[in-house]
Design a protein around this ligand. Structure first.
Ligand code: ADE
Length: 247
């Protein structure tokens, strides 16, 4: 579904640590996007949905083992309450190392939606029935284990927000980003033209726009080949697929 032009993209964050999001959401792009009225953020403390004394939300794993598991009750109740606070239902993204690896395409997709609910776990993980009983899309930000989903949710939110139309002053900037074209970004320079014996490549000072574009493309390709040949592999697969479709 494409975003209603006039409606801000709404983020609901379901977390045990809402306070860690506050400074992040005030600063930089997430802050600018909110000031411009293009997004809104709503933080929800899962602990408030616990019916236990001291708002306990975790418990020992059945079958034994180390650590604690996030219980179903508080998460289901929190989701149901938050879901009912606005329309549309939106997508429920569960941050977990077991999820689909987050990438630029997923960020772009999300930036075109109207609402995203980001569910952050903690401890050893979620009770499996949260996966079974709620309409979660599991997302991982990389092959490492964080102590909680909060940092991962910030990654997803930041990458998404900067793609919402109107957030960046310079709309072109996102189409030139690393990954936008499946390539890493070319090297960038700014003043001064010479610093500690290192100079800016002459072509960038030439004012010859066509030459500059060629140089940038070549450097982006070289850098991608050297550092992330896997991205070029995907690109050629995609080209093959779209060729097939036009035949
Ligand atoms: N929670 C813990 N580790 C994570 C990861 N790598 N991605 C998303 N959520 C996580």
């Amino acid at each position: 579904m494409s975003a209603d032009e006039n409606r801000p993209l709404r983020f609901d964050v379901l977390t045990l640590f809402p306070e860690v999001f506050e400074p992040f959401l005030r600063a930089s792009m997430p802050g600018i996007a909110r000031q411009k009225g293009l997004v809104s953020y709503h933080l929800h403390d899962i602990r408030e949905y616990s019916l236990e004394k001291h708002h306990k939300v975790d418990d020992r794993p059945y079958g034994g083992g180390p650590g604690m598991v996030l219980r179903c009750g508080p998460v289901f109740r929190c989701y149901e309450a938050v879901r009912a606070m606005a329309e549309p239902a939106g997508r429920l993204i569960m941050l977990t190392p077991q999820g689909k690896r987050f990438n630029q395409d997923m960020a772009r997709d999300l930036s075109r939606s109207q609402r995203a609910l980001l569910l952050c776990g903690h401890y050893e993980g979620f009770d499996e029935r949260i996966r079974q009983g709620l309409p979660v899309e599991e997302v991982s930000v990389g092959d490492y284990v964080l102590s909680g989903g909060e940092a991962a949710a910030m990654v997803v939110l930041d990458a998404t927000v900067r793609l919402v139309p109107g957030v960046l002053g310079h709309e072109d900037a996102t189409s030139l980003d690393s990954f936008a074209e499946g390539l890493l970004e070319h090297p960038q320079y700014t003043r001064p033209p010479e610093f500690r014996g290192m100079s800016v490549p002459e072509v960038l000072l030439s004012g010859d726009h066509a030459r500059i574009q060629q140089w940038r493309r070549r450097l982006a390709e070289e850098r991608t080949r050297a550092r992330r040949a896997d991205l070029l592999q995907h690109e050629s697969e995609e080209t093959e697929t779209s060729d097939e479709q036009t035949e």
